[in-house]
Ligand binder design. Structure first.
Ligand SMILES: [Zn+2]
Length: 427
């Protein structure tokens, strides 16, 4: 009995020591210090292409630097930069065989100001037939990154103008896709002029190399962009601070980076990512996912809106797409006896699994889930200027971040490997 008693004391001592060292780094005061800066009016709501967004990125990078983390392989800094293109078509003309075609029957997706091509240009001809799903097929051709002439059956005339819906910011690329409302022809020539503006965006990323399994990655992420400055509310406030959405998630990412850098006993490589442009199409996580081999990503903890109490109260959160892998079960097992619980997402109708940056990696098979507490049926400040720091619970946030530390530990150590997402089954 004595032996067991001693062992029990030892276990308690280890648990207590671990809890103490966690509290030293992750506590309500430390959480508030980060959250306050990210959600302040100075960051202007972190809107797309705004100085406030850049300011937030610089702050996060400085926090990453303080931890002693390294930039990702192939990056010279904590910034992972990429270019977006906004192209507005201003004129189009063309001939098919001997005939002139009206400009409105030509719609180009291109990063070039002046695009002039004919049948010798090497573009591949493809078609969208009368009975095909128009937007779905068009989107597929746009995603492939190739030079296409897409001949659209004239029976699709009423759908053709819906191509405008696929416009908007795109990644800068060398390829062009031209949609033409006409039967296909081997002889053609088209000219498209566009007003093109190029804008830069950046994720903030860093890593702690693993001790024994350096080529296996565990990702902790959130998004640092929000809605910027918009329509004022009744109180005249026009800054959408996004304290919960998602300054709270980024605060967690920074705290986790701090914690894991301090102990640096991770067997797998830990990657920390603050994504940009989540609110405007998920471009940050899309670019990020193209810079690594998804097969090497063992798990992704995406953190969104953890500043308010979940529907079950304090010391609980939910995991989106819980049933798609066994990651949630692993996390639950690691939390046994702590009083903290993770639940399956209680708002399945809202499709939250597909509405944040985890979805981009999940579609590549990665066990990628979002952890949140947001009561999506009753979160009055969601996407309003009132999403401010004084509506958040710092103590509860600190508990959630600590729960992520505790629950991820067997994944970080290599003892557990979550099952993959079956990407075929995703919508
Ligand atoms: Zn969000």
């Amino acid at each position: 009995m004595r032996y067991i008693f001693t062992a029990a004391i030892l276990v308690l001592t280890v648990l207590f020591a671990r809890a103490q060292r966690t509290d030293k780094i992750i506590n309500p005061r430390a959480v508030k210090k980060i959250e306050r800066v990210l959600s302040s009016d100075k960051m202007e709501g972190r809107g797309l292409y705004s100085p406030g967004l850049d300011k937030a990125a610089a702050f996060i990078a400085a926090q990453f630097a303080k931890t002693g983390m390294e930039p990702l392989k192939g990056n010279s800094s904590f910034f992972q930069e990429f270019s977006m293109i906004d192209a507005k078509q201003i004129a189009a003309s063309g001939t098919i065989g001997e005939n002139t075609i009206p400009g409105q029957n030509i719609i180009g997706f291109t990063s070039k100001q002046h695009l002039q091509i004919d049948n010798s240009a090497g573009f591949t001809s493809v078609t969208i037939g009368a009975g095909e799903k128009f937007l779905y097929t068009a989107y597929r051709y746009l995603q492939e990154g190739k030079n296409y002439i897409v001949w659209v059956d004239t029976a699709q005339a009423s759908n053709f103008s819906m191509l405008d819906r696929l416009k908007g910011p795109r990644f800068k690329s060398d390829n062009s896709v031209i949609f033409v409302l006409s039967p296909s022809s081997p002889a053609f020539s088209f000219v498209i002029d566009s007003e093109v503006s190029e804008k830069k965006l950046k994720n903030v990323t860093g890593m702690i190399p693993g001790k024994s399994r350096a080529d296996e990655f565990v990702i902790f992420s959130g998004h640092y962009d929000h809605l910027g400055i918009g329509k004022p509310d009744d109180l005249g406030d026009s800054i959408y601070n996004g304290a919960n959405d998602d300054a709270a998630g980024i605060t967690a990412v920074i705290m986790l980076a701090r914690y894991f850098s301090k102990w640096h006993n991770n067997e797998r490589t830990l990657v920390f990512a603050a994504f940009t442009a989540e609110e405007s199409g998920g471009f940050g996580s899309q670019y990020f996912s193209q810079q690594l081999d998804p097969a090497k990503v063992i798990a992704m903890f995406n953190i969104e809106m953890i500043g308010t109490e979940s529907k079950w109260g304090k010391n609980s959160a939910y995991i989106t797409g819980y049933e798609k892998t066994d990651m949630g079960a692993i996390l639950g097992k690691n939390l046994q006896g702590t009083g903290f619980t993770f639940h399956p997402d209680p708002y399945p109708d809202q499709q939250l699994f597909y509405r944040s940056d985890n979805a981009t990696l999940a579609r590549l098979g990665v066990p990628a889930h979002t952890i949140s507490t947001s009561k999506m049926d009753n979160e009055p400040f969601y996407h309003t200027p009132a999403d401010e720091i004084n509506t958040l619970d710092m103590k509860n946030m600190a508990e959630i971040i600590k729960a992520i530390v505790l629950s991820s530990r067997t994944i970080i150590s290599g003892e557990d490997t979550p099952t993959r997402v079956d990407a075929q089954k995703l919508r």
